[in-house]
Design a protein around this ligand. Structure first.
Ligand code: CAA
Length: 284
């Protein structure tokens, strides 16, 4: 538990929202997941239950623990259900105007003492802070996919955030059992700023015909002990998400390593977005 209490709002119903809600509930806190419709709320709940059922089947989780975790996640469609949350983390679409509108609404609804956080990968956190009346209480709390498994969380500090907000966010991250790192509000933070030039250059290598996709993946797994190769990872992250991250990084740093490769654009245009559409670089 944190001194911030134990009620955490999660806005969104995608993979990241479900993963974050699970992590929060596993640590004994209560997660309130807000989806836009009853239908998406029930899909999110069934994703949560499916993931936990897999852990029970594998003998990694007791059925009674699973039930306790599920009971600590509530879903809603009305933002007002987040009013008494101590921290609200948004995981909605990576579109600044959408996020700013959401921050305006959250600012009007959620307790004045609460932290409003974003899970954005690349958008400037300060742009969300500045549309609220509590810019000192807005920061980034950035999880990695799959959030249930990966230990890292980046605590992102916009220029507007107070020391107290960053300290509270870091305490929350440690209370949910994650490893927090501190980073300033610059595009890509730590991980994506270093990861995406590598992923993009893997696509360039494929386009050049230097090696096959399978051999590049095998090489980076066997030669660097990475858990997955760059093409498997791009498919996991999602090719649309990867394209948008690269575009933001390229706009920020004007570095050719970030300029999205044509093959990536081509696959996105064809609707091959990775694992979520059952086809990306690979077919699933
Ligand atoms: N939900 C819950 N648990 C999951 C899971 C999920 N979606 N996916 C895998 N797991 C669990 C498995 O159940 C298993 O746990 P147990 O050993 O307790 O059973 C464990 O993770 C390992 O899974 P698997 O044995 O099935 O497969 P694996 O060993 O290949 O691991 C992986 C899968 C965890 C995804 C691993 O390949 C990995 O870590 N890959 C790298 C992922 C990565 O780099 N992510 C960062 C992407 S960048 C990002 O997220 C930032 C951004 O802003 C876009």
């Amino acid at each position: 538990m944190t001194s911030d209490g134990n009620r955490i709002g999660v806005v969104g119903s995608g993979l990241m929202a479900v993963g974050i809600a699970e992590v929060v509930a596993r640590s004994g806190m209560h997660a309130v997941l807000r989806a836009r419709s009853d239908e998406s709320a029930s899909v999110a709940r069934s994703q949560l239950e499916k993931g936990l059922a897999r852990q029970v089947e594998k003998g990694k989780l007791e059925a009674v623990e699973r039930d306790a975790i599920v009971s600590r996640v509530s879903t809603c469609t009305d933002l007002s259900a987040l009013a008494d949350c101590d921290i609200v983390i948004e995981t909605v679409v990576e579109d600044l105007a959408t996020k700013q509108q959401l921050f305006r609404e959250l600012d009007a609804i959620v307790a004045a003492s609460a932290i409003l956080a974003t899970n954005t990968s690349t958008l400037p956190v300060v742009e969300m802070a500045r549309v609220t009346n509590r810019p000192d209480q807005v920061c980034g709390i950035h999880f990695f996919n799959p959030a249930q498994v990966l230990p890292l969380v980046e605590v992102v500090r916009p220029i507007t955030a107070s020391d107290d907000t960053i300290a509270r966010a870091a305490r929350f991250v440690s209370a949910i059992g994650k490893d927090g790192v501190h980073v300033l509000d610059r595009a890509g933070f730590i991980v994506n700023a270093l990861l995406f030039p590598y992923l993009n250059n893997a696509i360039r290598m494929l386009e050049d015909g230097t090696a096959s996709m399978e051999d590049i993946d095998t090489a980076m797994k066997g030669g660097c002990n990475f858990p997955m190769g760059p093409f498997a990872l791009l498919d996991l992250v999602g090719l649309d998400t990867s394209l948008s991250i690269l575009e933001t990084l390229h706009a920020s740093f004007a570095d050719e390593n970030f300029a999205p490769r044509p093959k990536l654009r081509e696959l996105v245009a064809a609707g091959r977005l990775g694992r979520k559409t059952k086809a990306g670089f690979y077919v699933y």
